[in-house]
Design a protein around this ligand. Structure first.
Ligand SMILES: [Zn+2]
Length: 181
C-alpha cells in the first residue's frame, strides 16, 4: 500500500502585554509580560492546532474554537490541541512529526526547550523525537524584535493510515465531524 502523507502549516502571533502569564507550548515561562488573547494566548498550541487541521484539510482553529465563544475565555489551549488530536485519530490519521519555531525577543526559551517539547509530545501522544522546536529572536527588528509580540510557525506531517471504508464501518460515515465533549 502506498503512503498517504499530508503536510500542514500553521502560524500565529499575539501581542505581549502586561498582566498576562507567558505560556508557550503549555509551559508557563516566568516573564514580566504575557501573550494577549481570548484563551491563554498560547501561540505555539494555536499554530500546532492549525497545522494539524490544515494537514487534514479540515479548516482552522477559529472554526472549531471561535474567540467569540465565552467558554474559551482564558482557556487552556491544550484543550484545542487535544481535541484536534482526537479528530486526527477519528479520521484515521497519525502524526509523523511536527516542527516548530517561536519568534520571541525575550525571554530566552532555551532553558525550557525540552520541557516544551515534552509537553507538546504528551498532548499529541507522540515521542519527543517527533517534536522539533527552535527559538529565534528578530535582532531588534519589527514587532517581535521590539518585544511587542511573539509568533509561532509550525509544520506538521501526518499519514492517513485507515481507509475510508474502515472508517465508515467504525463510525457509520466516511468523514468524522468534530464533536463537542
Ligand atoms: Zn492564537
Amino acid at each position: 500500500m502506498s503512503l498517504d502523507l499530508r503536510v500542514g502549516i500553521g502560524y500565529d502571533s499575539h501581542r505581549l502585554v502586561d498582566g498576562r502569564r507567558l505560556i508557550l507550548g503549555g509551559v508557563e515561562i516566568p516573564f514580566e509580560k504575557g501573550l494577549s488573547g481570548h484563551s491563554d494566548g498560547d501561540i505555539l498550541f494555536h499554530a500546532l492546532t492549525d497545522a494539524l487541521l490544515g494537514a487534514m484539510g479540515l479548516g482552522d482553529i477559529g472554526q472549531y474554537f471561535p474567540p467569540s465563544d465565552p467558554q474559551w475565555k482564558d482557556a487552556d489551549s491544550a484543550i484545542f490541541l487535544a481535541r484536534t488530536r482526537r479528530l486526527l485519530e477519528d479520521n484515521g490519521y497519525r502524526i509523523v512529526n511536527v516542527d516548530t519555531v517561536i519568534g520571541l525577543e525575550r525571554p530566552k526559551i532555551g532553558p525550557y526547550y525540552n520541557v516544551i517539547r515534552k509537553r507538546i509530545a504528551d498532548v499529541l501522544g507522540i515521542e519527543m523525537g517527533r517534536v522539533g522546536l527552535k527559538g529565534k529572536t528578530a535582532e531588534g527588528l519589527g514587532p517581535v524584535g521590539e518585544g511587542l509580540s511573539a509568533e509561532a510557525h509550525v509544520v506538521a506531517l501526518v499519514e492517513r493510515i485507515e481507509e475510508q471504508a474502515i472508517l465508515r464501518e467504525k463510525h457509520g460515515r466516511s468523514h468524522v465531524q468534530y464533536r463537542r465533549v
